[in-house]
Design a protein around this ligand. Structure first.
Ligand code: CAA
Length: 258
């Protein structure tokens, strides 16, 4: 286990885990924490020994949002010069799968962090929301955009305007969360899911993420051209030969990520 200033990190099998670690302030995400999360994700993205990454809080909560104390005295120009959300944006550029494991509150910037991950596993009693409106602001790290893409315009507007918390069940029914489990099983179930994905052919996992992301932001035609190129590209990999040979010979494939 590595203890950084605001997070703890460790690896299990081929899974890298980041645990948010500012429990005194309900894991509020300050700038240092975002930097440490991003540095770790990018480092693991380049690390052959890691296939999947997990971001989690503790067994009581994921996090209560961006650090309000740190932002309270900011103004438009200081935020512009700081380029406050540039690092948050880079989370979306990580190539390997990232899973958020959520207990308890997942609010504001923390919800945005979870939405920047690829999958979310949540406790049945977890609560998701964007309370920024109660602070006289709005989400700034992709919350309005990602929530709208997932649940549609009308529903997203209501949640964002009211600033209320949605249950994990509602989040799941609206495609925001992948699965809900008993609170004490969140981490275990997330790790099971992570290990399953980690056993899949690494290049296929990577290309599928890239192509699915493309389909969110581009026309069907453009995304399908992209899909085709990635499909063809995988036929240059050793894993395609291995996977198809193994099928023909009725044995299990051994993928190498090459
Ligand atoms: N930033 C800084 N500190 C926070 C915090 C935050 N987001 N959330 C909680 N804390 C601190 C509290 O100030 C308190 O500190 P002290 O003990 O020093 O007083 C400590 O954590 C415990 O919090 P509470 O006493 O408030 O705990 P509670 O159980 O009574 O309430 C809560 C829990 C409902 C989550 C409440 O803490 C709360 O409403 N927090 C703020 C939620 C919020 O507005 N999040 C959005 C932030 S803005 C944002 O995220 C912008 C963006 O898009 C990037």
């Amino acid at each position: 286990m590595v203890n950084k200033e605001t997070i703890k990190t460790w690896t299990e099998d081929r899974v890298g885990v980041i645990q948010l670690d500012r429990s005194k302030v309900l894991n509020a995400l300050n700038r240092r924490m975002v930097t440490e999360i991003l540095q770790t994700l990018e480092e693991w993205d380049r690390d052959d020994k890691i296939s999947v990454m997990v971001v989690t809080g503790n067994d009581k909560l994921f996090a209560a949002g961006a650090d309000i104390d740190e932002m309270a005295e900011d103004d438009s120009i200081s935020l512009e010069l700081l380029n406050q959300f540039a690092e948050w944006d880079r989370i979306a550029w990580v190539k390997k799968p990232i899973i958020a494991a959520v207990n308890g509150y997942c609010l504001g910037g923390a919800f945005e962090l979870a939405l920047s991950c690829d999958l979310i596993v949540a406790a049945e009693d977890a609560q998701f929301g964007f309370p920024e409106i109660n602070l006289g602001v709005m989400p700034g790290a992709g919350g309005t955009v990602r929530l709208t893409k997932l649940m549609g315009r009308t529903k997203a507007l209501e949640w964002l305007w009211l600033g209320e918390y949605m249950t994990a069940k509602t989040a799941c029914e609206n495609g925001v969360v992948n699965r809900t489990v008993a609170p004490e099983l969140v981490f275990e179930e997330t790790m099971k899911l992570a290990r399953k994905i980690a056993r899949q052919a690494p290049l296929s996992v990577r290309m599928i993420k890239e192509t699915v992301n493309k389909s969110v932001d581009h026309s069907v035609y453009e995304a399908m051209q992209f899909e085709r190129k990635n499909f063809y590209m995988l036929f240059s990999s050793e894993d395609q030969k291995e996977g198809m040979n193994a099928f023909v010979k009725k044995r299990k494939p051994r993928f190498k990520g090459k």
